[in-house]
Design a protein around this ligand. Structure first.
Ligand code: AMP
Length: 114
């Protein structure tokens, strides 16, 4: 049994968050500790703990995460200058919350990842 995280509570509106977008597949909200002027998390509504657990049946959801990321980047007016999408996986990837999520980071010149 996979344990729900704080993200499930945000998706169900049980705890507050600055939700920018929600549909039947994904929810997007501002990161509580932003690492850039724009830092938004795009999260599948169903609990998939990490990228290793993504199955073929989830492809529509992960496609939606990208289209929502692009839509929000445009809304935030960072689409022309650019932004970064990151999905961390497990310990070495720096994943803290075991509910897979995409970081959308922008609004500043980002440094190299490595
Ligand atoms: P990761 O390290 O990839 O698992 O990223 C987890 C992210 O979730 C971090 O950037 C946190 O700041 C963010 N976070 C944790 N709790 C909340 C919350 N309640 N609302 C919004 N973002 C959160």
């Amino acid at each position: 049994m996979v344990k729900e995280t704080i993200f499930s509570s945000i998706i169900k509106h049980v705890i507050p968050a600055d939700i920018l977008y929600q549909d039947e597949l994904v929810t997007a909200f501002r990161d509580i500790l932003p690492k850039a002027p724009i830092h938004i998390l795009i999260v599948p509504n169903i609990l998939i703990p990490n990228v290793n657990e993504i199955k073929y049946k989830h492809e529509k959801t992960f496609g939606r995460m990208f289209t929502v990321a692009a839509k929000i980047a445009k809304q935030e007016n960072i689409h022309e200058q650019g932004y970064r999408l990151i999905i961390n996986c497990n310990k070495h990837g720096g994943q803290e919350i075991p509910h897979v999520h995409m970081h959308l980071l922008g609004g500043i010149q980002l440094g190299p990842i490595l």
